[in-house]
Design a protein around this ligand. Structure first.
Ligand SMILES: [Ca+2]
Length: 222
């Protein structure tokens, strides 16, 4: 009877642990790239550091990468005029912001806090690749910023797309709100799809751990 009771307890522990992992995966935390570059930084305006796009500068709140829930954060966080990043040129075909996540990731959402003047981003594409030279890549559709040239502080535009595994992501700048020599955005954030490429503990493995725990407990008892 004790044995059955113990086994049942282990099953409950294993099941609840599995549940916890599932909930974490579904939460869709913000994940951040390990490095960032622009295809054509504007040498005339070096005060607009390119890091501004990723360092949470100008945001009304801060997140913790890998922990903070993307959807709830981007819904309530605004950006001020300070903390913008700039691309030289206005929508030239080779003009893009590029992000390296350091390993294969799976992302299904992007938040962009735009700049609030005529240099603000208008239309862009999202392109992803497993290769740094993008010789094989996937291009999502053309996205249009709903919020541009508007208020300060400014809310985030959020875009969703089919998740896929990649390491590198480009935001290809197509058009801006009219400024002829540069495109500026304040900040971006990425949503993990919850489909982690790092293997999560499988339910059977957790059940095994539970049974192992039971075995150890019984051994100590004897
Ligand atoms: Ca910023």
């Amino acid at each position: 009877m004790i044995k059955i009771k113990g086994l049942t307890t282990s099953l409950i522990i294993a099941a609840s642990m599995t549940g916890v992992f599932s909930m974490e995966a579904a939460a869709g935390p913000i994940i951040t790239p390990v490095s960032f570059s622009v295809s054509s930084p504007d040498p005339a305006n070096s005060t607009l550091a390119t890091n501004n796009i990723l360092d949470q500068s100008g945001l009304s709140a801060n997140y913790v990468a890998g922990v903070t829930d993307f959807d709830s954060f981007v819904a309530t966080t605004t950006a001020s005029f300070a903390g913008q990043a700039e691309l030289g040129g206005a929508g030239a075909p080779s003009s893009y912001f590029e992000f390296d996540f350091g390993a294969t990731v799976d992302i299904d959402g992007l938040a962009v806090w735009n700049q609030n003047g005529s240099a603000s981003l208008d239309t862009f594409t999202v392109e992803t690749s497993l290769l740094s030279d993008f010789s094989v890549s996937q291009v999502f559709g053309t996205f249009t910023m709903a919020i541009f040239g508007g208020a300060n502080p400014i809310a985030a535009d959020v875009f969703s797309f089919n998740s896929n595994d990649f390491r590198y992501l480009r935001i290809n700048n197509l058009t801006n709100a009219g400024f002829s020599s540069a495109t500026r955005i304040n900040e971006v954030a990425f949503r993990s799809s919850g489909i982690n490429t790092v293997p999560e503990p499988a339910p059977l493995a957790l059940l095994g751990l539970g049974l192992l725990g039971l075995g150890l407990a019984r051994k100590r008892r004897h």
